[in-house]
Design a protein around this ligand. Structure first.
Ligand SMILES: [Fe+2]
Length: 231
């Protein structure tokens, strides 16, 4: 039976990080109980059997017109803790529009909704663990964590991988964002190298001439190089 290593200390967000105010309420007040890995944790269940539509991974083609903003390609590979590809596995993403607004009823900050952008997509990794999304670069947005708080531009990712213990919900950031030092969500990960694993890199080979900028972001499920969780 396969088993998975425990996560390295410091490589995941602190459960209680007071600068990120919601963690004060969310953090368990009693010590955690480590649950032993048994067959059900390491083998399943698997989700995402609904067929993926032809344009599910292209968020610029979900409406009659094209969304406003910088068109981008985001691609990479999903790997397991030993560097092997995680193939045929579901990835879901969601994000704000170019103005930094989510199409969601609780997001009512005064930035425009884009009628041609919903901001959600899905893909299945190929045999080599590869994935590719076409979207627009999300804008930074304000939130109420502290005075004048702004989230760096990011795309939310949800992955299932092959087992319960490989479930990952996280965020991908864009290189060189000046908001990184002010973002308590990113800063709640103490290990600087683990923080870097959430930041995509600009990649000229992924750009498409006269059409879209390109970013590469590889995702590792579990192990010493694991991509950290983010809420
Ligand atoms: Fe967000």
């Amino acid at each position: 039976m396969t088993s998975y290593r425990r996560l390295d200390p410091g490589s995941q967000p602190e459960r209680l990080y007071e600068a990120y105010r919601s963690t004060i309420q969310r953090n368990p007040r009693k010590p955690l109980i480590q649950i032993p890995q048994t067959l059900s944790e390491v083998t399943g269940p698997l989700y995402g059997h609904n067929p993926i539509g032809e344009t599910d991974n292209d968020l610029t083609r979900h409406h009659a017109g094209e969304p406003l903003g910088q068109r981008i390609v985001v691609s990479g590979r999903v790997l397991d803790e030993d560097g092997r590809p995680v193939s045929h596995s579901l990835i879901e993403i969601w994000q704000a529009n170019a103005g930094g607004r989510y199409r969601h009823h609780v997001d009512n900050h005064p930035a425009p909704v884009d009628p041609n952008f919903t901001g959600a997509g899905r893909a299945i990794t190929d045999a080599d663990g590869g994935y590719r999304f076409v979207t627009i670069k999300p804008g930074a947005y304000p939130w109420r964590n502290h005075s004048n708080a702004w989230r760096p531009a990011h795309i939310h990712f949800s992955l299932f991988g092959p087992a319960f213990v490989t479930r990952l919900v996280t965020q991908m950031y864009f290189p060189d964002d000046p908001l990184f030092p002010y973002d308590p969500i990113l800063q709640s990960i103490r290990d600087p190298q683990a923080q870097q694993r959430l930041i995509a890199r600009f990649d000229l080979d992924t750009t498409e001439e006269l059409w879209a900028l390109g970013y590469r972001w590889d995702i590792v499920l579990r192990g010493h190089e694991a991509t950290p969780f983010e809420e």
